[in-house]
Every structure is written in C-alpha cells, then in structure tokens.
Design a protein around this ligand. Structure first.
Ligand SMILES: [Zn+2]
Length: 94
C-alpha cells in the first residue's frame, strides 16, 4: 500500500506533481492558497518567497533529531530560540 502514502504527497492542483514545500508564513493571510506546494505551484505563485516555505523532505529527515529553524511555524521566534538554547545546553557542545 505504498501507493496510497505516496498519493498523499501529490499536489491537488497539479496531480502529476509531487509536493515539495509547506507554507509556513502568512498562513492566516493566505487562506485561499494551498499550504502545500509542488514545483508547479511554486512557479504559478507570483508572490512566492522561499523564506515562506520549508521543504517537506527537511521535516521528514531532520525533524526526528533536531529542531528545524523554520518549523513548526510559530509567530513568536523567541519560543524556538529558547528551545534551541535548551537543547544545546543539554547536549553540551555540538
Ligand atoms: Zn501544484
């Protein structure tokens, strides 16, 4: 049933394309836009900014053992900063 799990990563607007990005910024202001972008969605969006997106692969590969700077999408950056500091302290030097 690998097919089904792969299917979940297909773009709804472009079913032939795989999703690569998740939108992490201006989510409330862009409710008409998809949270998930394939490469074609990215090209279609004239407002596209790389800083507003994170690679899905990054979350899957790195999410289990380190904090990704842009994920989870939180308004208050100090929350993530504090969290990172705490982890760095408990790990000693990295
Ligand atoms: Zn798309």
């Amino acid at each position: 049933m690998d097919y089904i799990s792969e299917k979940q990563f297909q773009c709804q607007k472009h079913p032939q394309d795989q999703l690569f990005f998740i939108q992490i910024d201006n989510i409330q202001n862009n409710q008409q836009k998809s949270l998930f972008y394939c490469v074609q969605s990215q090209e279609d969006d004239s407002d596209y900014k790389i800083s507003n997106f994170i690679l899905i692969n990054t979350i899957i590969k790195k999410g289990t053992y380190q904090i990704i700077p842009k994920w989870p999408p939180v308004q208050d950056n100090s929350v993530l900063k504090g969290l990172r500091q705490q982890i760095n302290q408990s790990q000693g030097e990295s």
